[in-house]
Design a protein around this ligand. Structure first.
Ligand SMILES: NC(=O)c1ccc[n+]([C@@H]2O[C@H](COP(=O)([O-])OP(=O)(O)OC[C@H]3O[C@@H](n4cnc5c(N)ncnc54)[C@H](OP(=O)(O)O)[C@@H]3O)[C@@H](O)[C@H]2O)c1
Length: 247
């Protein structure tokens, strides 16, 4: 008996073509889950697909900010035991130089997509009793803040507020909802800004554990929240930050 086993569970992972989402999909497959993985980049999504253990998996390429692609994804979904809402972007921008299109772009994928995806899976009865909803949020906006990340912080704290009300609303059906709040994790997201390697190295040393996290360390937390080991855990924010927000 392994309390963290995902055998017999069908899990949807968004943003599975890269970084944290790829690691989550691989770990879930190693724990026995059947995966539905989605991302925009067909080549990288296929790379993830080929790294999954087991054979009962599905890959669906979709730009989730396009409402018809999101609806098509929902239609194709089997009944789910878990969803990891992971797809997201980061764009360092001081507010004074931020344009409306930047606000829309960040809020869309980081907050509105998980909100609408959750709404649509419920309305289309795609969730099994006892399902677990996991939202990849951030320490940014929930536990701390950074200059140049006001919109990102707003998107991630919106996700936390949403998760809490959903956890309460769905508890009578045995459906759980939780957030994971990672600190900096070594993925391509770090390269999306203008921060140089020297600056990143200095920043890594600000972490009590003297490094950034690895995608697999977030993936292990997702497995925990998706598994029956956490049947009594709902409405929580799981901090995975190498001690950063202790200081
Ligand atoms: N890395 C960190 O330090 C860190 C820290 C805290 C929280 N997070 C959160 O963790 C999540 C994953 O980040 P990551 O570091 O793994 O980033 P990443 O390597 O850049 O991966 C982002 C994923 O999101 C997908 N995505 C972005 N926009 C999309 C859209 N419109 N439709 C569908 N998929 C879309 C990407 O798909 P394509 O590549 O196929 O376009 C990709 O699979 C994000 O929500 C991020 O905010 C990251």
């Amino acid at each position: 008996m392994n309390p963290f086993s995902l055998v017999g569970k069908t899990i949807l992972v968004t943003g599975a073509s890269s970084g944290i989402g790829r690691a989550i999909a691989i770990c879930c497959s190693q724990m026995g889950a059947n995966l539905v993985i989605t991302g925009r980049n067909e080549t990288r999504l296929l790379e993830t697909f080929l790294l999954l253990e087991g054979t009962e998996h599905q890959q669906i390429c979709a730009n989730l900010t396009n409402s018809s692609e999101l609806e098509k994804l929902i239609e194709c979904l089997p009944k789910l035991d878990g969803i990891v809402n992971n797809a997201g972007i980061a764009k360092p921008l001081v507010l004074q130089l931020t344009e409306q299109k930047d606000v829309d772009e960040i809020m869309q994928i980081n907050a509105l997509v998980p909100i609408n995806l959750t709404r649509l899976v419920l309305q289309n009865k795609k969730l099994n009793k006892g399902a677990s909803l996991v939202f990849i949020s951030s320490i940014n906006g929930n536990n701390c803040a950074y200059i140049g990340s006001s919109i990102y912080a707003a998107s991630k704290s919106a996700l936390t507020g949403f998760m809490k009300a959903v956890a309460l609303e769905l508890a009578p059906r045995g459906i759980r909802a939780n957030c994971i709040n990672p600190g900096m994790i070594e993925t391509n997201l770090l390269k999306s800004g203008s921060i140089g390697e020297d600056e990143l190295e200095k920043d890594r040393l600000k972490y009590p554990l003297k490094r950034y996290g690895k995608p697999v360390e977030v993936a292990n937390a997702a497995v925990y929240l998706l598994s029956d080991a956490t049947q009594w855990v709902t409405g929580s924010n799981l901090l995975i930050d190498g001690g950063y927000t202790l200081q």
